[in-house]
Ligand binder design. Structure first.
Ligand code: PLP
Length: 393
């Protein structure tokens, strides 16, 4: 059997249109297939490979950690140097009220933990989420995600969820003092890079503070430099009560985190204890990779360059087929006239050796979220190719 035949026969599918690049290796922004074809990877494993494929600092950190030990115990029992280093590293980058991290395996688990924590803090159970938000695919995170078509087949899901319109100030009235938590992406990713107003974010913060509802920012996609700031909440000067991270945090190794105050986090250890447990959470190898990522991303000037790179994409991608570009840092949505054009653009881009990708629930735009370490030359060349693609739509 060929590798493709094994893939199709023995690996469960997520759709019947997989991309099917057979990967040989990857370095920086370039992904190479088994036939030697080299692609510009403008997706970075969907916002994951934040400091480039096969990053030498990550590799070194991981190897060093593997030489010491990998998994030794379930989360939260033993003191392991790379795990505590990551917790301290994050607390140094975050406001004091976000000083304590719980490490998990993925974005969806981070959001599960965040919802559970909001329930523990408030003693309430109702959650407010936002239309077109995406928070993951386990049943709790799916319950608070907006895509009705995807949820329909799995009901009943969590009860007590109300959806508000994103960036709609009027709807904030529905945040009342029986709400446990309000969860949102500070910049909606899967909805196609939707940036709310500063006023909306400030009023949202105020409303949560007056009602006691815990404000949860899902920064699984926007966190760790993707938007040109370390965390997207910095764009709005609004600090959540609970923050979730994953994707780019591990730079390619699986890790997520939900983060809150020291006081809040103690609640998971009592009444009853073991409020959230996970075998692999805080895996020391993943934590060593995440430390290497943070050490790169927090370097002085790194964020300015991310913003310059994003601006270069926006400057170069001018074409009559492009209706609009929505962007913050290197989180980019390119809107075309319709879904068919997007499908064709993604297909033709692959022929031109450029990887761009769909959004889950926004069909008229394609996504660009390259490694933050992409070079200006790589941006120029890949945009030249994308313009050729657009000429042929
Ligand atoms: N939250 C946001 C904002 C995301 O973009 C995603 C994934 O795309 C998730 C949560 C789920 O993360 P994971 O796929 O690691 O469970």
């Amino acid at each position: 059997m060929t590798n493709k035949e094994i893939f199709l026969e023995h690996l469960a599918p997520t759709s019947h249109q997989p991309v099917l690049i057979e990967v040989e290796s990857a370095m920086g922004t370039i992904l190479k297939d088994v036939d030697g074809k080299q692609y510009y990877d403008l997706i970075a494993g969907v916002g994951v490979v934040s400091v480039g494929h096969n990053n030498s600092a990550i590799k070194e950190a991981v190897q060093k950690q593997m030489d010491k030990h990998s998994h030794v115990m379930v989360y939260g029992e033993y003191i392991q140097s790379s795990v505590i280093a990551l917790a301290k590293n994050l607390s140094d980058l975050l406001p004091k009220k976000l000083g304590t991290s719980y490490f998990v395996n993925s974005g969806t688990e981070a959001n599960e933990g965040a919802i559970k924590l909001a329930k523990r803090i408030t003693g309430r159970h109702k959650i407010i989420a936002f239309e077109r938000g995406y928070h993951g695919n386990t049943q709790g995170s799916m319950s608070i995600s907006g895509n009705e078509a995807k949820k329909r087949g799995f009901r009943p899901l969590l009860p007590g969820i109300t959806f508000l319109r994103f960036n709609n100030i009027e709807d904030l009235e529905q945040i009342t003092n029986d709400i446990a938590g309000v969860i949102l992406e500070p910049i909606q990713g899967d909805a196609g890079v939707i940036i709310p107003s500063g006023e909306f974010m400030k009023l949202l913060r105020e409303k949560c503070s007056t009602t006691g509802a815990q404000l949860i920012f899902d920064e699984v996609q926007t966190g760790v430099g993707r938007t040109g700031k370390m965390f997207a909440f910095e764009h709005f000067d609004v600090i959540p009560d609970i923050l979730t991270l994953a994707k780019g945090l591990g730079g390619g190794l699986p890790i997520g985190a939900f983060i809150s105050s020291h006081k809040n986090m103690q609640l998971l250890a009592e009444n009853p204890m073991l409020g959230h447990i996970t075998t692999f959470g805080g895996n020391p190898v993943s934590c060593s990779a995440a430390n290497a990522v943070l050490n790169i991303v927090k370097e002085k000037g790194f964020m300015n360059i991310v913003n310059e790179k994003g601006a270069l994409f926006e400057h170069l991608l001018q074409h009559k087929e492009i209706k609009s570009i929505r962007r913050q840092g290197l989180m980019i949505a390119v809107e075309l006239k319709n879904e068919d054009k997007v499908n064709k653009a993604i297909e033709l881009a692959l022929e031109q050796s450029v990887i761009i990708y769909w959004f889950l629930s926004t069909r008229n735009s394609f996504r660009i979220s390259p490694p933050l370490t992409i070079t200006m030359d790589e941006i120029t060349t890949s945009c030249e190719r994308l313009l050729k693609v657009l000429d042929n739509l």
